[in-house]
Design a protein around this ligand. Structure first.
Ligand SMILES: Cc1cc2nc3c(=O)[nH]c(=O)nc-3n(C[C@H](O)[C@H](O)[C@H](O)COP(=O)(O)OP(=O)(O)OC[C@H]3O[C@@H](n4cnc5c(N)ncnc54)[C@H](O)[C@@H]3O)c2cc1C
Length: 475
């Protein structure tokens, strides 16, 4: 049965958290208006990167283990999903972070005095870091073309760049600071320099709730959270909202314009005549869908590199579990003497991830610096992960569970071409009302930013619809 144009559904491509946040925004905007949304998801499960597996009494996240409440859109989404009461904060001990250098793992002291006495920088590196407020502000044109590494060296000094910023970039972006653009990947750092002339001054002002309100979130205002039962609770609850229909194992193969509407062809079922479409998949498949209608955006997305990331989840019995310190996990600095990018101790962050006395940890490989690790098979990766942890901690027993999760297109790398890429896409898509891009291809790669991109795309679609409804009819 053909639906009249007023009742055509919206289609969202991709059932990750971004696509589902978009769907929730569409159906939640005017609950009485009868808006319906069809979410097409290629895989047999929802959640995209944000899924939670239950294996042998361990609860394993396939991607994000925590999120920071760094956007109002995320707070609103949690409310719309009815999950406010289900939200859980990380254990206090998760505030402790470790760094791996020269084959050893050491805590990075959070307290300024302890950081000064025994932090990873040594006296020269520390003095250089403390001199940061004296470094002159660079011209915005220069910062626009600056990598994260060059920015960090210029402002914080070579040691802090290597021993603090590089591990952070590996941990958050699985990226290479010499490739990433500071204004695109860490926009708040560039903004702190612009508004306060200094990162340290800006951070202090943020802590004091300064007038500028610039908070150094990427640098550490941490209140990591998840949900009882795991992070997948959010995508699952959003998908269950009235008006949202999910079609799993449905790969969208093409999107074509049909007058004011869009024709969406999937791998299953007849084509859908849609009032509008939100693309919320990874950059490469979305580039293929955009090629016929938005060729410049498609080309821009094709050049967005997202290297593979592999996670090895290991469940340790009691004797080995006891060897892991209380803390969030450890990141590897250059020359760490290990291949892993970082390790997260999920069972320390949230006790419900492991059976009592045992411990779930995850070890992360790949990213821009080591894409070759994706070629290792599961057994070799599991053995490598255990042997690297064993060398660092001396583990008396092997894991009783190991499980490998592979992402071939994990986290997009916002390189120096990204500002132009983003401008190109935004300009071209603005001329195609009813077609929107969400996900992490353009404006942020965290869980919260993915939600924000989804809700913003939905808001633009609703605005287009409202303009269409108020435009005079043909007669
Ligand atoms: C290993 C890892 C760890 C992370 N850790 C954290 C963390 O601790 N904290 C944090 O804030 N963020 C973290 N992130 C980032 C966060 O997970 C992502 O930003 C977020 O989940 C992305 O959501 P999304 O919906 O944009 O994309 P995805 O989750 O990638 O979803 C896209 C979906 O689109 C589907 N799709 C693609 N093409 C098609 C098509 N043609 N038709 C139908 N469906 C299609 C895919 O199957 C997929 O399900 C991590 C990411 C990774 C990879």
């Amino acid at each position: 049965m053909k639906r009249s144009s007023a009742h055509r559904p919206f289609v969202v491509v991709g059932g990750g958290v971004s696509g589902l946040a978009a769907a929730a925004t569409l159906v939640g905007a005017e609950p009485a208006s009868g808006i319906s949304v069809i979410v097409c998801e290629r895989e047999g499960e929802l959640g995209g990167k944000a899924r939670t597996l239950e294996l042998d009494d361990f609860r394993i996240e396939t991607g994000p283990v925590t999120f920071l409440d760094d956007t109002p859109a995320l707070t609103e989404c949690i409310r719309a999903a009815g999950l406010e009461e289900e939200r859980v904060r990380a254990q206090r001990v998760a505030g402790r972070r470790f760094l791996i250098r020269a084959g050893r793992m050491r805590e990075v002291p959070a307290h300024p005095l302890r950081f000064i006495r025994s932090g990873p920088l040594g006296l020269p590196g520390l003095l250089r870091l403390l001199a940061e407020p004296l470094v002159p502000r660079a011209a915005p044109d220069r910062v626009r073309d600056e990598t994260v590494e060059a920015f960090a060296r210029r402002r914080l000094g070579a040691r802090a760049a290597e021993r603090l910023v590089t591990p952070l970039v590996r941990g958050v972006w699985a990226g290479d600071p010499a490739q990433l653009s500071v204004v695109s990947a860490f926009p708040r750092w560039a903004e702190l320099e612009r508004t306060h002339g200094s990162l340290l001054r800006g951070m202090l002002a943020g802590r004091r709730g300064g007038a500028a309100g610039a908070e150094p979130r990427e640098l550490g205002s941490r209140a990591p959270s998840s949900f009882r039962g795991g992070i997948e609770a959010l995508p699952r609850a959003l998908a269950a909202l009235p008006g949202v229909e999910v079609r799993l194992r449905t790969t969208v193969r093409s999107i074509t314009r049909a007058g004011q509407e869009w024709r969406v062809e999937g791998s299953v079922g007849p084509p859908i005549e849609a009032a509008g479409v939100i693309l919320a998949g990874e950059a490469r498949p979305m580039a293929a869908l955009l090629a016929p209608t938005a060729p410049r955006t498609a080309q821009a997305l094709r050049t967005l590199h997202s290297p593979p990331v592999t996670i090895v989840a290991l469940g340790y019995p009691a004797a080995s579990a006891a060897r892991f310190p209380e803390g969030f996990g450890a990141l590897a600095a250059p020359g760490a003497g290990v291949r892993l990018l970082g390790t997260l101790w999920d069972g320390r962050i949230f006790p419900d991830r492991s059976p009592p006395g045992q411990l779930l940890v995850r070890v992360i490989y790949g990213g821009s610096v080591d894409p070759e690790s994706a070629a290792l098979d599961d057994d070799r990766l599991a053995a490598l992960a255990h042997s690297e942890l064993d060398r660092l901690l001396g583990l008396p027993e092997p894991p009783r569970l190991s499980h490998v999760i592979r992402w071939s297109e994990a986290i997009p790398q916002y390189d120096l071409a990204h500002l132009t890429r983003r401008e190109t896409a935004e300009e071209e898509l603005a001329s195609l009302p009813g077609l929107e891009l969400a996900g992490t291809a353009l404006s942020g790669v965290s869980f919260g930013k993915a939600v924000e991109a989804g809700t913003a795309a939905a808001a633009r679609l609703l605005a287009t619809r409202a303009r269409g409804a108020s435009a005079p009819g043909p007669d």
